[in-house]
Ligand binder design. Sequence first.
Ligand code: PMP
Ligand code: GLU
Length: 387
Amino acid sequence: MTDAYDYSDRIGRVEPSATLAISNLAAEKEAEGADIVDLSVGEPDFDTPENVVEAGKEALDAGHTGYTSSNGIAPLREAIAGKLRDDGIDASADEVIVTPGGKQALYETFQTLIGDGDEVVLLDPAWVSYEAMVKLAGGDLTRVDLASHGFQLEPALEDLAEAVSDDTELLVVNSPSNPTGAVFSEGALEGVRDLAVEHDLAVISDEIYERIVYDADHVSLASLDGMADRTVTVNGFSKAYSMTGWRLGYLHATEEFVGEAGKLHSHSVSCATNFVQRAGIEALENTDEAVEEMREAFADRRDLLVDLFEEHGVDVDVGDGAFYMMIPVGEPRADDADWCERAIEQAAVACVPGSAFNAPGFARISYAASEERLREAVDRLVANDLL
Ligand code: PMP
Ligand code: GLU
C-alpha cells in the first residue's frame, strides 16, 4: 500500500545503519532456529559489571525516575570532567552534555556545526553513521583513504593535508577506530592538530574505544596544544563498561558549544535517563578491574584470530585497539557484499561488508565473541571456501 506521507529530502539521503541491519538479520535467522556466529555488531559480549547494575537498581529504588537537568546530573558531569582532566584535557562540568549514547552526542555535534553545503572530512574506512549524520545535517563529504596505508593515519597525513582547506568545516577522527581497530600515533594526532590550526577547523574526536587498547597508548586530541577550543570529544559507556543497552554517552567541548548544542539536546531527548546517569558515576569510578579483564580477553581474541587467519593465508592489518578487524575479501575471492552474503547464507557467519565503511574489498569482523565461537566462525568460513 502506498501511503500519504510526503517524506523529507533529508531522510531520503540516508540508508538504515548497515551494522544494525546485519545484526537484525542474524537475530531473525536465530529466531527461526539457525545457529549464526554473529560477528557483525560491535557489542561487548560481557555482562555490565555487577556494581554498576547494583548502582542502577539502587537509583531506581531511591526514586531517581524523573527528568534530570537537561545536560545531565551535576555529579556525573563532575565525574566526567575529572576523567577528562586525567586524560590531559582542561575540562569542567559545565563543558559536558550527557547524552543517551555516544551516537546522540555525535548527532548533536553534526547538527550544531554543519549546515547545507558545509564540508566534512572523514578518514576511511569510517564508521557507518558518520556519513549518515553528515548527510542528515546537509553537509558534503570529502574522504581520505587510509586503507592503502595499513589503516594508519601518520603515513596518510600528506593526503589529509591535500584534502583539507580553509573551506573545510569539520574533520572526524576516531581512534581507536571502528572498523579497523587502528590506534593513531601521537605524531598522527599532532599532524591533525597542525592542519586544524592552520585551516581553522573543528575536529570531532570520537574516543569511545579509548579503554580498549593493547600495545599502544591512547592520546586525547583535545589535550594537545591548540586543540582545546576546536575539539568536540565524544565518548560513551557502551564499549568500555559493556553498557550498550543502557544508552549513556557524553560530549565535551567549550562552554559556548555546550550552550548551542544544548538547545538541540533540550528540544529533542530532554535528558539522558535519570537512574542510568547515576549508574554511570559508578562505572567511571569503580570498574578498573572489570575493564582490565575485558581488555585482556579482547587482546587474546584478537591474537587468536590473527593466528587463525594467518594459517589460512589471510594477512590482516590488525590494529591495537577496539574489537574490530578488517579482513581482505576482494578479488580474486569476491566483492565484499557478495562475500558477506555468502558468509551468512552458506556459512552462518555474520560480518559487515567493508563497503558500509567506504572500504570495498574488506569485511569487518567484530571479535566481541568467545574464543570458541571465533574458532567456529573461521572453521565455517574455511569449510565454505570463503577463506
Ligand atoms: N562511535 C563509534 C565509533 C561507535 O562504533 C559507536 C558504536 N555504536 C558509537 C560511537 C556510539 O555508541 P553508543 O551510542 O552505543 O554510545
Ligand atoms: N558501533 C557498533 C557497530 O559498529 C554498534 C552498532 C552501531 O551503532 O552502528 O557495530
